[in-house]
Design a protein around this ligand. Structure first.
Ligand code: ZN
Length: 177
């Protein structure tokens, strides 16, 4: 398995619309395994394929305490939603930031599993929120889009600064003598 690079906001690749999978093929199984490894390692509870630069409608998640309930959703579709609520969310593509977001806390979702078999799932609480958060990634949407313009641009500027600092060679960060 391979640990994949997670794209970070405001990378424009996170804004692409992901395409449905016509069929689940062998290389998708590999991608799913790599995405789980990347997510558990981060650590995070959900990861969408566009976050690792694969613009397809595929997501992995595990909201259990012991990392023993892996869940794969391919071409997910929300059939019903209810129970509005608010939860503090973070995102592996927006590292270090957590904000309250309004979402349905009970949903019914239909998807294909990792073998391409259709299934329906009733989800509530963290799992329901996680599915909606990850599904947003498939439409190029991020949780910062639910925040005010001011908050969003503050987060963007800070992350851009961090990314600039990280990409600079160490020597150029030293003071000039
Ligand atoms: Zn996310």
């Amino acid at each position: 398995m391979t640990r994949l690079t997670i794209l970070e906001y405001p990378d424009p690749r996170l804004r692409r619309m992901a395409v449905p999978l016509a069929r689940v093929e062998k290389h998708h199984q590999q991608l799913i395994d790599d995405m789980f490894e990347t997510m558990y390692d981060a650590p995070g509870v959900g990861l969408a394929a566009p976050q690792v630069d694969a613009p397809i409608r595929l997501l992995v998640m595990d909201v259990s305490d012991n990392n023993d309930q892996p869940l794969v959703l391919i071409n997910p579709d929300i059939l019903a939603r209810s129970t509005p609520g608010t939860m503090r969310e973070g995102c592996l593509s927006v590292p270090g930031y957590f904000e309250e977001v309004d979402r349905s806390h009970e949903i019914t979702v239909r998807a294909l599993d990792r073998l391409g078999k259709p299934f329906e799932l009733q989800a509530e609480g963290l799992l329901a929120v996680c599915i909606q958060h990850e599904m947003d990634h498939l439409d190029g949407k991020l949780f910062v889009d639910y925040l005010t313009e001011l908050k969003r641009s503050r987060i963007r500027k800070k992350l851009e600064k961090e990314q600039r600092q990280r990409s600079q060679p160490k020597s150029s960060r030293s003071p000039a003598l």
